[in-house]
Design a protein around this ligand. Structure first.
Ligand code: TA6
Length: 310
């Protein structure tokens, strides 16, 4: 099914997977099909294009995810903001620079496989893609990739990779989350203290994080062997965004700052002041080897805390 609007698709989707007024499929920008989730705890929007969570807002709170006002909504292009799904590799392809950065999943047409309302009132939605002639040209492996998100006042997002081939495969990936913040100088990120990282802004030099992370210039760091929760403390809103994870030993922190922001067409020049990426990743030494039939789950759990809590 193409991800752009076709009435029969929408009617079929709502009949098969809709849940009253709590999960409805609608038309979005450029005719992209969106799943709108609204329940007493919170709300979220998910695009079938890229299996992409675009927004999340716990009831009574400011949006937690950031989306660029200049984002593309175009077949074949990635959406700028929310939670892009990077897969089956993170950042540049390890050996072929002609292959798309962050893999092909974020520009693929995903389909719906499951939806349900859970006992606690949260709504769960599952989307998937599988290998095709097109993907085999980019990555010669048979696979099934699923994105499962559960929405309450907590956003739980799982990326489930299954090797459906008869030979092993190695994949990397990320839930490349963009967070909405009051102002870049009003935040600090904890949970990465004493972790070593690859500084992509400084020729890939290896460094060790000293104290909390604050951002006052272009930042692009791959933190290695990380297990702890990351917390974005935002004194401007004020709140704490807590990001827990499973199935990942790598965390990426990114802010393009002035020049990179200006160089990106799908990113407003001043928008670097209002976003930060704290990504749940499998990359570098933490890529995943899947034997035939094997499955790996990369999970992020995003929730809010007030600054006075904890
Ligand atoms: O996750 C950080 C990063 O890999 C940066 O190097 C930067 O390129 C960012 O992703 C955005 O990549 P994109 O391909 O979406 O422009």
């Amino acid at each position: 099914m193409s991800n752009t609007l076709n009435n029969t698709d929408l009617i079929k989707l709502n009949r098969e997977f809709g849940i009253g007024d709590q999960l409805t499929f609608t038309e979005g920008p450029a005719g992209f099909i969106l799943a709108e989730i609204k329940n007493p705890h919170g709300e979220a929007t998910v695009a079938l294009h890229g299996g992409h969570v675009l927004s999340f807002r716990p009831r009574g709170h400011e949006p937690v995810l950031w989306l660029s006002r200049n984002s593309h909504f175009q077949t074949g292009r990635a959406i700028r903001g929310g939670i892009p799904v990077c897969w089956p590799w993170f950042a540049d392809h390890p050996t072929d620079a002609d292959k798309p950065a962050h893999g092909f999943a974020r520009t693929a047409d995903w389909a719906v496989s499951e939806s349900e309302k859970l006992e606690d009132g949260s709504i769960r939605l599952r989307l998937f893609i599988a290998d095709s002639e097109k993907t085999m040209k980019l990555w010669p492996h048979r696979f099934r990739l699923e994105m499962d998100c559960t929405v309450s006042d907590v956003l739980r997002t799982k990326l489930i990779s299954t090797n459906t081939d008869n030979k092993p495969s190695v994949c990397g990936g990320a839930l490349h989350s963009y967070f909405n913040i009051s102002f870049i100088s009003a935040i600090r990120i904890t949970g990465l203290e004493d972790c070593s990282y690859i500084d992509k802004v400084d020729q890939g030099r290896r460094k060790v994080q000293n104290g909390a992370v604050s951002i006052n210039s272009e930042t692009d760091r791959i933190y290695l062997d990380t297990k702890a929760d990351c917390i974005i403390e935002d004194s401007g809103l004020p709140r704490r965004i807590c990001i827990s994870k499973n199935g990942s030993l790598t965390t990426v922190v990114w802010n393009p700052w002035v020049d990179k922001a200006a160089a990106m067409k799908d990113f407003g020049n001043d928008e670097y002041k209002r976003m930060v990426c704290v990504e749940t990743v499998n990359a570098d030494t933490d890529v995943i080897e899947l034997a035939p039939g094997d499955t790996h789950t990369l999970e992020s759990i995003i929730r809010l805390e007030s600054l006075t809590e904890g």
